[in-house]
Design a protein around this ligand. Structure first.
Ligand SMILES: Cc1cc2nc3c(=O)[nH]c(=O)nc-3n(C[C@H](O)[C@H](O)[C@H](O)COP(=O)(O)OP(=O)(O)OC[C@H]3O[C@@H](n4cnc5c(N)ncnc54)[C@H](O)[C@@H]3O)c2cc1C
Length: 445
């Protein structure tokens, strides 16, 4: 069967790979000039790296499996992460349990509560019971108001802005659960994984395999409209290329984009798509001549600083990979109305630079050798209470049209591992339907 997939990110490529493997004629349509989507890459000093910081956790089995299938296992490195917390002009390490005990902005009792709550959530599995609660109310109740105000409240506000108080406890549970699972049993140092040469290698391998088995990957090919006839998806109009006919169409684009591509979608499903809210991700990447701190991931708990984390990639991966340059991601998640969604890279640089001196008083503007701004309007889906009832199904009300995007990832937070899983799950749903409708080839025959 002919399958058109809109979007050449990990979800689209995985779905395409699975369907092509069993003999379907797959065409992937990617609007940008390269595939990868949120895990797209660029180069600094001859080294390739992600436009948005990326690492994986121990539990990210799908990424590990795929890296191994593509012969990339020896490039997967597991390294100690160095996490820190900036509060009132001081950097606190947040790596070992001892660091937690030294975290003076909250009382000793609150520090103990912070540690105990982390350990409890790590072991807690019954996340469905948390569905009706906001992270805010749960944290204040069990970790205390001060811990919310100083530690977790700023992190939630950093990611969700004004929606922070409505974020579901399940989202927070997922985050803590995942992070603690990347530590040893006794809460030792966290290990994070990175693919030397960037996760773009996985994207390349997917594209190459799809093409090798007869699939088409068309870049610079934006889908303009999904063609629907008699309640069934029959193809996709591609800007400048006319219509591509298809027996099945799989959209891996944000929910609002799908509504634009297929305005025929109606009823409850439409309402779910309309309900989806995203924060933009906006990342200014600096190539600098010297490190700003010894920390890899520095959370910022200071409302006077206009970014929420300073992620120094070269405190994780050696600067030698990037021609000796140090790479710093200054990251933000903002509402669609924020000026950061339209500001130029130069304007953002001007806004951020003075604040780097707060992190490192010896910082000089002349350290900056390059700067790049990357943005994504669907950077982080908003996960509110009782989110499971807001998730659109893979199958849309239009026959033959499917959806696979990050709003469907739950109870975990969005991540490469889950986008790969999503791709596999949607491919299975499509194959199942083909089998039931007598489309043949459900089993590859
Ligand atoms: C700031 C940030 C940091 C992250 N850090 C991590 C991390 O450390 N670890 C981790 O595991 N995950 C991380 N992630 C998440 C991970 O990158 C995503 O889960 C994953 O890449 C999403 O894949 P996707 O295919 O669902 O979506 P996308 O990557 O968004 O792919 C969708 C694709 O559709 C294309 N498209 C849109 N409209 C059209 C159209 N009309 N026609 C054709 N194509 C179209 C887009 O160009 C895009 O390529 C991060 C994400 C962000 C934003």
């Amino acid at each position: 069967m002919n399958v058109a997939i809109i979007g050449g990110g990990l979800a689209g490529l995985t779905t395409g790979y699975e369907l092509a493997k069993v003999g379907h004629q797959v065409t992937i349509l990617e609007k940008r000039s390269t595939c990868g989507g949120q895990v797209g890459t660029f180069t600094v000093g001859g080294g390739r790296l992600e436009v948005f910081y990326h690492h994986i956790f121990w539990g990210d089995g799908e990424v590990i499996r795929l890296a191994s299938e593509f012969g990339l296992a020896d490039r997967l490195q597991w390294l100690d992460s160095r996490v820190g917390f900036y509060h009132r002009g001081k950097i606190y390490n947040f790596v070992t349990p001892l660091d937690l005990l030294r975290f003076r902005p909250v009382s000793l009792l609150d520090r103990l509560r912070l540690g105990l709550v982390g350990m409890y959530l790590r072991r807690y599995r019954d996340w469905q019971r948390l569905e009706g609660l906001t992270a805010r109310e749960w944290i204040i109740r069990w970790a205390g108001r001060r811990n919310y105000e100083v530690v977790w409240g700023p992190l939630l506000r950093g990611k969700f802005g004004e929606m922070a108080d409505q974020v579901s406890m399940v989202w927070f549970w997922g985050k803590i659960h995942q992070r603690f699972a990347s530590r040893g049993r006794l809460g030792q140092r966290e290990k994070l994984g990175y693919l030397r040469g960037s996760f773009g290698l996985m994207v390349d391998a997917l594209v190459e395999r799809i093409q090798r088995i007869g699939g088409h990957v068309l870049t610079a090919s934006p889908a303009a409209r999904i063609r629907v006839e008699g309640g069934r998806a029959v193809g996709v109009d591609v800007v400048g290329q006319g219509m591509i006919t298809a027996d099945r169409v799989i959209a891996t684009v944000p929910s609002s984009t799908l509504l634009g591509l297929a305005p025929e979608i109606s009823g409850d499903y439409r309402r779910l798509l309309e309900k989806a809210r995203y924060q933009w991700a906006a990342c200014l990447v600096l190539a600098i001549s010297q490190p700003i701190s010894p920390i890899y991931w520095l959370n910022i708990s200071d409302p006077s600083i206009p970014f929420v984390a300073a992620i120094e990639h070269t405190n994780f991966i050696s600067p030698a990979e990037y021609g000796g340059k140090h790479v710093l991601y200054l990251t933000n998640y903002v509402a669609p109305e924020s000026p950061l969604t339209t500001a130029s890279a130069k304007e953002v640089l001007k806004l951020y630079l003075p604040h780097l001196k707060k992190i490192n008083p010896s910082f000089q503007e002349r350290w900056v050798q390059e700067y790049h701004l990357f943005r994504d309007p669907a950077g982080q889906p908003m996960v509110g209470v009782n989110y499971s009832s807001n998730i659109p199904a893979y199958r849309t009300p239009i026959a033959g049209l499917y959806l696979a995007n990050t709003t469907q990832i739950y109870p975990q937070d969005r991540g490469m591992n889950y986008s790969l899983r999503l791709g596999l799950a949607v491919a299975r749903a499509v194959l199942g339907d083909m089998g039931r409708e007598g489309g043949g080839r459900a089993d590859g025959q």
